[in-house]
Design a protein around this ligand. Structure first.
Ligand code: NAD
Length: 506
């Protein structure tokens, strides 16, 4: 039977379009939002929709415009307000890549969408297709689950002195709990055996330290799944060298961003990978590559990345049988050697095809399975729903000092110490000065290179805690002695545990 599709905007997906208002038949339908994007976007979206509709996907489509045209029409976020309404109403969004115009002022639509919709989890499966697509890693089959909302991607950046700019790395307990729990639930649902956590908590003890700590806490709730932690640098090296030792990797936003592109590339090509961005209410599915404008309108692009995104979407909306059929047909097509230019290789490939011919070949293979590549089997599942985050009881919080960040163009830390000591009081005194995190006073090294950005730490003496009045006094005195404080950071203890790092060398 033909699929019942209500097209709310003109989408050319050929004979698979069929409109009906039959309520009984449309009951099982999932309404989704589709954006065809820029560059190769429209071609690969048409191919993707054509394949999944031919396989029996029960979807109704609302098409919205996002990307270059919207940016250039003066909307710096790349999406109109009415389009947000459609995305929020349908909750499932299949998006082709878009082009972000060069030049300042344009905000990344991907980052905005992830944050606005609370899409906390980015899921990127990367498996090799050996021997049909060239790879050095024939046994690679891993999934990277990347935290999607926090970390340096909060985009909170400031210039503080002539020489120094900063970007805030924000990591929250709810953020860590959600992504780590999601990774274990994903492993459970998809029969994966191990979850590996990557952090750099030997250096970033507070931020990455929290992620690692939460990972250890939550791992205990899943004794049937193996767990391990790697420091990101050696972990990334291991992944690039021997990816088959990993199964599910969970990590912070920036590491995951970099690592998942590496994983996709070493599996075969970034053009073959899709990703899911999952939130509590909404989800967005896409290819991991960009809009490749140089390849646009030539019927050349490989639609596989977006198709993989659509398969993740079908699994997410419970149409696992359709997802399985499409994935097996796609694997068979790759195995048949029917390849787009980007993965075509003389000797291995049999036929070089364009975007639409590739889609037709996948459709012709529907209902079939690969013989050499491992066919997939997706159990009937439903979207992973996590328990609501419950805020923990408040810890005992004590103010035990303050860091004053100072813009000072001198070079000798002893001179700065003499200048700033005078703002201290009998009970709050200068205890340390660092430059770019390295202790330069007391007892610094003359070899340490210093910028014009100094952190002066004031700690209580003879008493345990200070109060906000002490801070007010320090700040007003610094003003009177002509010290340029560009930022302050309170030092707290939570239940007696320091909530701040020591200076390097302290
Ligand atoms: P890109 O991924 O678009 O393309 C890099 C190269 O990879 C292309 O020149 C092409 O040779 C190849 N390629 C990529 N996808 C392919 C496919 N499906 N089939 C065949 N070959 C493919 O990266 P870029 O050139 O750095 O970025 C182009 C634009 O895409 C930029 O405006 C960038 O901002 C945007 N972008 C968008 C997204 C997104 O919307 N999710 C992601 C990344 C980049």
């Amino acid at each position: 039977m033909a699929n019942i599709i209500i097209i709310n905007k003109n989408i050319s997906i050929g004979r698979y379009i069929f409109a009906s208002l039959n309520h009984e038949k449309t009951k099982m339908m999932q309404r989704i939002t589709v954006a065809k994007g820029d560059g190769i976007g429209p071609e690969i979206m048409d191919a993707t929709l054509k394949i999944i509709l031919a396989a029996g996907a029960k979807i109704e489509i609302d098409e919205i415009e996002v990307g270059e045209k919207v940016y250039l029409a003066g909307n710096t976020s790349g999406i109109a307000k009415e389009s947000w309404d459609v995305i929020r109403r349908n909750k499932v969004f299949l998006k082709a890549p878009i082009t972000t115009p060069q030049g300042g002022g344009y905000k990344s639509l991907n980052v905005t969408t992830r944050k606005f919709l609370g899409l906390y989890s980015n899921v990127r499966p990367c498996s090799s297709l050996h021997p049909f697509v060239s790879t050095k890693h024939p046994k690679m089959d891993l999934v990277i689950i990347r935290e999607n909302e926090e970390d340096l991607y909060a985009g909170i950046e400031h210039q503080q002195t002539d020489e120094v700019v900063q970007c805030l790395k924000l990591i929250s307990r709810p953020g860590c709990e959600k992504i780590v729990r999601y990774a274990f639930e994903y492993a459970k649902q998809y029969g994966r055996k191990k979850v590996t956590c990557f952090t750099k908590d030997n250096i970033m003890k507070q931020t990455d330290g929290l992620f690692h700590q939460v990972f250890d806490e939550i791992a205990k709730e899943y004794p049937e799944i193996e767990n391990e932690h790697w420091i990101i640098d050696i972990g990334a090296a291991k992944m690039a060298d021997t990816p088959e030792v990993f199964d599910v990797i969970v990590t912070l936003n920036l590491y995951g961003d970099v690592l998942s592109d590496v994983a996709a590339q070493i599996a075969g090509s970034v053009g073959l990978a899709g990703s899911a961005n999952i939130g509590e209410e909404c989800a967005m599915f896409e290819a991991i590559h960009g809009s490749a404008p140089r390849r646009a309108n030539q019927n050349m692009a490989n639609p596989s990345g977006l198709l993989q995104g659509a398969i993740l979407m079908l699994n997410h909306i419970g149409q696992n049988d359709v997802a399985e059929n499409v994935q097996n047909a796609w694997l068979k097509t790759i195995e048949d050697g029917i390849h787009t230019y980007d993965i075509f290789k003389d000797g291995t490939s049999k036929q070089k095809v364009g975007t639409s011919e590739f889609a037709d070949a996948v459709i012709a293979n529907l209902g079939q399975k690969p013989t050499l590549l491992k066919p997939v089997s997706y159990a009937k599942g439903s979207p992973i729903v996590l328990p609501k985050y419950e805020r923990k009881p408040a810890a005992k919080k004590e103010l035990v000092g303050i860091d004053l960040f100072i813009h000072w163009r001198g070079t000798n830390p002893d001179e700065l110490a003499d200048k700033i000591k005078v703002i201290g009081t009998d009970t709050v005194k200068l205890s340390m000065i660092t430059n770019r995190g390295i202790k330069v006073w007391p007892e610094g090294f003359k070899e340490t290179f210093c910028t014009d950005h100094w952190r002066c730490r004031f700690k209580p003496e003879g008493i345990k805690a200070i109060n906000k009045e002490d801070i007010g006094r320090l700040l007003s005195k610094s003003y009177w002695v002509g010290v340029d404080v560009v930022k302050t950071e309170n030092l707290y203890e939570f239940d007696g545990k320091a909530g701040y790092s020591l200076g390097q060398g302290q």
